[in-house]
Design a protein around this ligand. Structure first.
Ligand code: PMP
Ligand code: GLN
Length: 390
């Protein structure tokens, strides 16, 4: 007899990223859907990984992660944010931010506990909460500025809320929460005695003077905040899946207990390479962000020229545009048609939402080579000339 699939995941099929990347591969369209760069990051990471691979660093690392990487993560938190974390007790290396998120929910979200997150939300959050038997509640960020709405955040919090999940810089909107918005989050967390999990994988991808402020740096927050990040975005190595979590020792220990039964430990030769990357000078991080800002402008200008209203992001490598301006009333249908219409793939923002109000929004990724973006811009310009309801 076939076992019954886990009912908690009955609402989850194939992710929108896998679906849209498959559509891009099948149609030959330019894939601005799933967010991954098409160029390698700093050579030192590749050299160091290769060196480690060829010098015997191929067995299980310690469960908490390579000590050199944990020390580099602690040094990074101190250098960029003034945060002090003990690399032995307060840092855990994970299989990407994704495992950090899932292990955290499995460790700290009990059955029926509510987790509040901002909507649109990164799709893995919903699945991680569901796997843990928790209940998702959302506070919407509205197009085009995607600002935090304190009243809606307060509405989402109930007596059953245990965890507040924050993502800044925010996927898919590109919003970087301002210090004032972060203060609202901190106030609500303290008032309701919530644990906060912050996903900061785009921490170094901010533009135009917007700076990333980790929530853990706000007064009273370090003791209730677990901070998650990953090498994928910072070093243009999304396939490496080296992530980490830092925060209070007892919470990190609880996550480590779960993590050891999910994957134990892995990516041995990649861990020293990421440690080397985290030690690169500030100017390397700044230059990458500056390069991405230029790419952002290229794609935003192309989408505006195609006739869409664009929310120009202050961070990440995503931009959201409104396909309603092209006559679409359903971005999911619009995105399925887009390869045929103009040879470009995007993802519908509604895939990251529970509430109405996001139906016509499309997310495009700009972490691509300039020549690819220029060609995408040329193709998108054709949309204006071939209006068709999506
Ligand atoms: N969080 C956000 C907001 C993301 O966009 C992603 C996708 N990279 C992840 C987490 C997952 O990160 P990783 O690839 O390190 O698991
Ligand atoms: N983080 C990537 C994005 O938002 C997708 C990662 C994935 O496919 N799981 O595009």
């Amino acid at each position: 007899m076939r076992p019954t699939p886990n009912a908690a995941l009955s609402a989850f099929g194939t992710t929108i990223f896998a679906e849209m990347s498959a559509l891009a591969a099948a149609s030959g369209a330019i894939n601005l859907g799933q967010g991954f760069p098409d160029e390698d990051g700093p050579a030192i990471l590749l050299d160091e990984a290769s060196r480690a691979l060829h010098s015997g660093v191929n067995q299980y690392p310690p469960i908490a992660g390579d000590p050199g990487l944990r020390a580099a993560i602690a040094a990074h938190q101190r250098r960029f944010y003034g945060l002090e974390v003990d690399p032995d007790a307060e840092v855990l290396v994970t299989f990407g931010a994704t495992e950090a998120l899932s292990a955290t929910m499995l460790a700290l979200c009990g059955a029926g506990d509510e987790v509040v997150m901002f909507e649109p939300y990164y799709d893995a959050y919903a699945a991680a909460v569901a796997l843990a038997g928790g209940v998702r509640r959302t506070s919407a960020l509205r197009f085009p500025d995607f600002a935090l709405d304190e009243a809606s955040l307060r509405d989402a919090v109930t007596a059953r809320t245990r965890i507040l999940l924050l993502n800044s810089p925010h996927n898919p909107t590109g919003t970087v929460f301002s210090p004032a918005e972060l203060e609202v989050v901190a106030r609500v967390a303290v008032e309701h005695d919530l644990l906060v999990v912050t996903d900061e994988v785009y921490e170094h991808l901010t533009f135009d003077g917007a700076t990333h402020v980790p929530l853990a740096t706000l007064p009273g927050m370090a003791e209730r905040t677990l901070t998650i990040s990953s090498a994928g975005k910072t070093f243009a190595a999304t396939g490496w899946k080296v992530g980490w979590i830092s925060g209070p020792a007892d919470l990190v220990a609880a996550v480590r207990t779960v993590k050891q039964y999910l994957t134990f430990s892995g990516a041995a030769p990649l861990q020293p390479a990421v440690a080397a990357g985290l030690g690169l000078p500030d100017r390397v991080f700044a230059a990458y962000a500056d390069d991405l800002r230029r790419k952002r402008d290229l794609l935003c200008d192309a989408l505006a020229a195609a006739g869409t209203t664009v929310s120009r992001p202050a961070g990440t490598y995503f931009v959201v545009a409104d396909a309603a301006d092209l006559g679409a009333d359903d971005a999911a249908a619009f995105c399925r048609e887009l390869p045929d219409r103009c040879g470009v793939v995007g993802v519908p923002v509604s895939a990251f939402c529970d509430s109405p109000g996001f139906e016509t929004l499309v997310r495009f990724a700009f972490c691509k080579r300039d020549d690819v973006l220029v060609e995408a811009a040329r193709r998108l310009a054709g949309l204006r000339r071939s209006p068709r309801a999506g």
